[in-house]
Structures are given as structure tokens and as C-alpha cells.
Design a protein around this ligand. Structure first.
Ligand SMILES: *Cc1c(COP(=O)(O)O)cnc(C)c1O
Ligand code: SF4
Length: 340
């Protein structure tokens, strides 16, 4: 592991790279990633799929948190394309959430009472193998300024919308200038009380919590909520903690959501340790999600009984405020359906 006391992402000249440079320098190639982790392809204990149509993509900052030489590293397993992704499993589809049904204007999903979800950016800095967006040609469908205007008008016309959730893909995949203009436009809508971000970028590319982004947040006079997406305690390194400290000092409420993933975080100790490390970094656990049944991800699924067992184990060991709610997203239910 790269010592955490050193800046993790440096250019050849030893200068710390900007988040944009780090994004551009992400691994996109299986052999290069394996080489960086001292893994010999010939020794792989499972079959890889280097030609996946949903290609490998992982920033170096996230790779620096992996253990070299470990084929079963829980962070590596979240990003490495495996041959098992071609398994076909009943109940798994390319659009498991059927979000098209609750999509009144492009890029906006209004399914839950009082809050709307904006697909601020369809792009992402990482390709998680279990991602529900893996079958959408999102990168070719970046919302235009005109789409945003339609979405903003929709929100302006409905005074019962109290919360706007920026999601994606990943909203922080937007550049600072576009994100700033979107956030300020939402800030100008009086009846919106809360602006929420859902993003995994602080975890996989902590440098994304950049000075211009912090300036944007300072300009907002709504409640600010930031839900990071961390699945494993090893993801919570010093760089992420520094980014979270900045968000907290700007008055942002920090929450986390986790996806239950077989082979990654399907044991009680790992989940307990995740909750404790999150809290040490100023983050409260929010949701523990059962996997969305997206084709290609069935090998990550845990049965509901196992999920409930793990949740009960957390109730037995953690204070109530560190136990995330165990839920599943159901296309027919207008809230995250509790499983426990
Ligand atoms: C998850 C989700 C929300 C937010 O739900 P909370 O329970 O408030 O976190 C809102 N809209 C959609 C479409 C969602 O999937
Ligand atoms: S960070 Fe979220 S949106 Fe991006 S690939 Fe992973 S699961 Fe999908």
C-alpha cells in the first residue's frame, strides 16, 4: 500500500495533480491495473473479461487503497470486469428500476413525495461492476442546457418540491463551472429547502472536493446534504477524510449509503467497521441497499435472509445511530422499501 502520509496522486514532476488530471489518468485497461497491483494474469483465481462493453475505469487514488498482490481485495472486486458478468440470471434486466416511467422531463425523476432526483451528469469517474447504469449509453446522453431549463421549470412550478437531489451517474463528474451554474439556479428557487448530492467521487477521487466546488457550496443558503457511497472500511483513507472535513466545515450534513455485495462486504465485522470508520470521519450511515437486479451483477447478490442476518448483527453491536436502514429499491414503491 502507498503510505498514506504522502500525497497519493502525483505527476511525474512530483506535483500534485488536479482532479481533472487524475480523472484523465484513470486506469482504463485491465493489464495496466494488474501490473500496478503486482498481479500476474496467469495466476488469476477467476476468469477475467477484459473486453467488457462496460469497460474498466478506476482512478489511481482508489487503486492506491487496494492491497497489492491480493486478487480478492474488496476494492478491486468492485471494479474488475469478470467473465461471470455474462451469466444470465432470472429477474435481472437492463433497466431494473424502470425509471423511464417516472421521468416527466429529460434528466429528472419524480417518484418520491416532495423530492426530485436530477441526473446532473450521466458520466462517472469509475465503473463499478454492480452499477445499475451499466447498460445505458449515458455518456452519449449528457443533458443539454435546454434539458436543464426544462427540469428547473418543472421544479419552479411545483411548490411541494422541497428537496432537489443531484445524482447521476455522478453529479460531481460535471465540471466546476456547469455544476456551479446548476446549483445556483436551484438555490434561486424559494420553495426548495434542501439540496442533496449523491456522489461516489469523494471516495474514488477525493481531490474532486476542489476549492471551486467549496466556493460553490459557500454560496448556497439551503440545507446541504451530501451522501457519499462507500462500501468498505478500506475505502476511508486520509485523503477522503480531508475532503469530508472540508465539507463538514461548510456545514454540510454527511451521510453514507452502502450496497451489499457478496465477496466485498457480506460479513458483519466489515459492516460494523465501516459504520465506525464513517462516524470517525464525520459521516452517519444512512442506507444499506440490497443490490439492484441489473444484468451482469447477479454474482454480487446476497439473499434477503443473509441481508437481514447482517443487519441484525449490526443492531446487536452498534449504537442505533450507526445502524444503516436495510432497504431495497422497488420500481413499484415510492420510497426505499425496508427489508428488516
Ligand atoms: C432514492 C431516491 C430518492 C431519495 O430517497 P430518500 O429516501 O429521500 O433518500 C428520491 N428519488 C428517487 C427516484 C430515488 O431513487
Ligand atoms: S459510482 Fe455510482 S454511478 Fe458511478 S459507476 Fe459506481 S455505482 Fe455507478
Amino acid at each position: 500500500m502507498i503510505p498514506l502520509s504522502q500525497p497519493q496522486c502525483q505527476s511525474e514532476k512530483g506535483q500534485t495533480e488536479t482532479w481533472q488530471e487524475q480523472l484523465a489518468g484513470a486506469f482504463r485497461d485491465v493489464p495496466a491495473l494488474l501490473a500496478a497491483l503486482d498481479l500476474d494474469r496467469a495466476q488469476a483465481p477467476y476468469a477475467l473479461e477484459p473486453q467488457s462493453p462496460f469497460p474498466l475505469r478506476v482512478p489511481r487514488a482508489f487503486v492506491s487503497l487496494m492491497q497489492p498482490g491480493d486478487w480478492f481485495d474488496p476494492l478491486l472486486l468492485q471494479v474488475l470486469p469478470l467473465a461471470r458478468e455474462s451469466d444470465r440470471a432470472p429477474g435481472y434486466s437492463e433497466d431494473p428500476l424502470r425509471e423511464r416511467d417516472t421521468n416527466p422531463v429529460p434528466g429528472l425523476i419524480h417518484k418520491y413525495h416532495g423530492r426530485v432526483l436530477l441526473i446532473a451528469s450521466p458520466a462517472c469517474a469509475v465503473n463499478c461492476r454492480y452499477c445499475f447504469r451499466r447498460h445505458f449509453p449515458y455518456d452519449e446522453n449528457t443533458p443539454s442546457q435546454a434539458d436543464w431549463e426544462l427540469a428547473l421549470d418543472y421544479i419552479r412550478q411545483r411548490s411541494d418540491i422541497q428537496e432537489v437531489i443531484l445524482s447521476g451517474g455522478d453529479p460531481l463528474a460535471l465540471n466546476d463551472r456547469r455544476l456551479d451554474s446548476l446549483v445556483r439556479a436551484i438555490n434561486d428557487i424559494d420553495h426548495v429547502a434542501t439540496l442533496r448530492f449523491h456522489s461516489r467521487l469523494p471516495v474514488v477521487l477525493p481531490a474532486r472536493i476542489s476549492p471551486p466546488f467549496m466556493d460553490t457550496l459557500q454560496a448556497i443558503d439551503k440545507n446541504l446534504v451530501f451522501v457519499i457511497h462507500s462500501n468498505h472500511p478500506a475505502e476511508i483513507g486520509n485523503e477522503l477524510k480531508g475532503a469530508l472535513r472540508q465539507l463538514r466545515s461548510a456545514g454540510v450534513t454527511l451521510l453514507n449509503q452502502t450496497v451489499l455485495l457478496k465477496g466485498v462486504n457480506d460479513d458483519a465485522q466489515t459492516l460494523e467497521s465501516l459504520s465506525r470508520r464513517l462516524f470517525n470521519a464525520g459521516v452517519l450511515p444512512y442506507y444499506l441497499h440490497q443490490l439492484d437486479r441489473v444484468a451482469g451483477a447477479s454474482h454480487f447478490e446476497l439473499g434477503d435472509d443473509k441481508a437481514r442476518y447482517l443487519h441484525r448483527a449490526l443492531l446487536e453491536t452498534l449504537p442505533g445511530y450507526l445502524v444503516p436502514r436495510l432497504v431495497r429499491e422497488d420500481p413499484d414503491i415510492p420510497y426505499k422499501a425496508p427489508l428488516a
